[in-house]
Design a protein around this ligand. Structure first.
Ligand SMILES: Cc1cc2nc3c(=O)[nH]c(=O)nc-3n(C[C@H](O)[C@H](O)[C@H](O)COP(=O)(O)OP(=O)(O)OC[C@H]3O[C@@H](n4cnc5c(N)ncnc54)[C@H](O)[C@@H]3O)c2cc1C
Length: 400
């Protein structure tokens, strides 16, 4: 068994959040250990990254690496496909309405993680141990983690970027609020006949959104999009049994043939929908970032963008600290994240439940809300800005 000398910082989890945090903290002067294995498997998952996340990646000098795999999102279209009595016409939100060229960029998860991994490997202040943490303990002065081969590492602060099932969070006794939805999200990468014209379209159905998001052309075809289709679990089980051709017919029908015929480019995935929020984002010698701190259904592309804001605020909170795990430093981070995280979690939950409710008064309120957004320009601009970046102090790494 090896026992390493205490570090200042350990990050556990080499997903998008852990890798980005490692870059952000290393480039702010911290030497750190990253523990985890990057998942580079081809999956049917993409992430839309908004303006603030793109500025963060630019400030970390990784944006140019990512560009070839990006597809721009200039317009976000919401189509009420609930069949409700109070159905409103489609509403387009254009980036130019809030002075942006694009709201953001969509990228396959595996490309994002691969490019971030390359950047991490090139960073001298990061020691990357490709292993798994199997247990953790905390005392007044340090956090201690044990790896699968028995190696032990200690640090003044451990940062959990391990996703929703965070072992470090549980070992620290941080409680979470956890809930589930009667929905499954089916995801796939699609080829189609007509170009997407940089428009992301969210069809709001009674079982949840059916969302098509632009992807760049590739050797597979010139017209590509990713799909997140939320549906009732019984429907999901039926569709999982369909062959690709039959499933593509149902997808094309649900898309109202907007992009012509849809075809599956590769395997599909399915995710049961749930929500989670930690009661605290930091306490004695541990800070939570990304899905270890919060998780919710993929509506409005908020998940990783919120995680990126965790990272930018954590870098600011640790700035100049003698002891990065000191109580006042962690209290600063916890306070900085409360409003943003709680308002996103509540907003996504409300929208999702309003679709599932199917009650006339709820339909009326949702329809009236969309109609107001379509017709009251200052309100529309405010909601768009809030979707891209919340009001309040902008962390240093998200400034231009
Ligand atoms: C269908 C779908 C679509 C989405 N679309 C968007 C979108 O468009 N925009 C957006 O912003 N967000 C989106 N999200 C959310 C986004 O994907 C997540 O917020 C993001 O992937 C979370 O990244 P993370 O690094 O925090 O966690 P994860 O990706 O879960 O990574 C955690 C990592 O930690 C590792 N790990 C776990 N435990 C340990 C351990 N004990 N030791 C070492 N390593 C460990 C895991 O193996 C993994 O590599 C979407 C989510 C879904 C499901």
């Amino acid at each position: 068994m090896n026992t390493n000398p205490p570090n200042d910082l350990i990050i556990v989890g080499a997903g998008a959040a852990g890798l980005t945090a490692a870059l952000g903290l290393a480039q702010s002067g911290w030497s750190l250990t990253l523990i985890g294995r990057a998942d580079l498997k081809a999956t049917a998952r993409t992430v839309a990254l908004f303006d603030g996340s793109l500025k963060l990646l630019q400030n970390l000098h990784v944006l140019e690496r990512l560009r070839p795999d990006f597809a721009a999102l200039e317009t976000m279209r919401i189509v009420d496909d609930t069949g409700s009595l109070f159905r409103t016409p489609p509403v387009d939100f254009r980036a130019s309405e809030i002075g942006l060229d694009v709201f953001g960029e969509n990228i396959e998860n595996r490309h994002l993680v691969a490019h971030l991994s390359d950047a991490v490997r090139a960073e001298k202040r990061i020691t990357w141990i490709e292993s798994q943490v199997v247990s953790a303990a905390y005392d007044e002065h340090a956090a201690h983690v044990t790896l699968e081969d028995g190696t032990q590492c200690s640090a003044k602060l451990v940062i959990s970027a391990e996703g929703r099932k965070s072992l470090l969070r549980k070992a620290a006794g941080i409680e979470t609020r956890h809930w589930s939805y009667p929905q499954v999200a089916m995801t796939a990468l699609l080829l189609h006949d007509r170009p997407h014209r940089e428009i992301s379209t969210e069809f709001h159905t009674r079982q949840g959104p059916f969302t098509l998001v632009p992807l760049p052309s590739s050797d597979k075809g010139p017209n590509r999009s990713s799909l997140v289709w939320m549906m009732d679990p019984i429907e999901a089980r039926r569709r999982e049994r369909l062959d690709d051709e039959k499933l593509a017919v149902e997808m094309t029908r649900q898309s109202h043939h907007m992009l012509g015929k849809l075809r599956l480019e590769g395997p599909r995935s399915a995710f049961e929908m749930s929500g989670l929020v930690a009661q605290k984002f930091a306490q004695n010698r541990i800070a939570l970032i990304g899905d270890a701190a919060h998780g919710f259904p993929p509506i409005g592309a908020q998940g990783l963008n919120l995680g990126m804001r965790d990272i930018a605020h954590l870098v600011d909170s640790l700035n100049g600290a003698q002891d990065p795990g000191a109580a006042d430093v962690l209290a600063r981070y916890d306070t900085a994240r409360r409003t943003d995280v709680r308002s996103r979690v509540a907003g996504v939950d409300l929208l999702n439940r309003s679709l599932l409710a199917g009650a006339l008064p709820v339909d009326f309120l949702r329809g009236a809300g969309l109609l107001a957004l379509a017709n009251i320009r200052p309100l529309k601009r405010m909601v768009m800005r809030e979707g891209v970046m919340p009001r309040g102090p902008v962390p240093r790494l998200m400034q231009a």
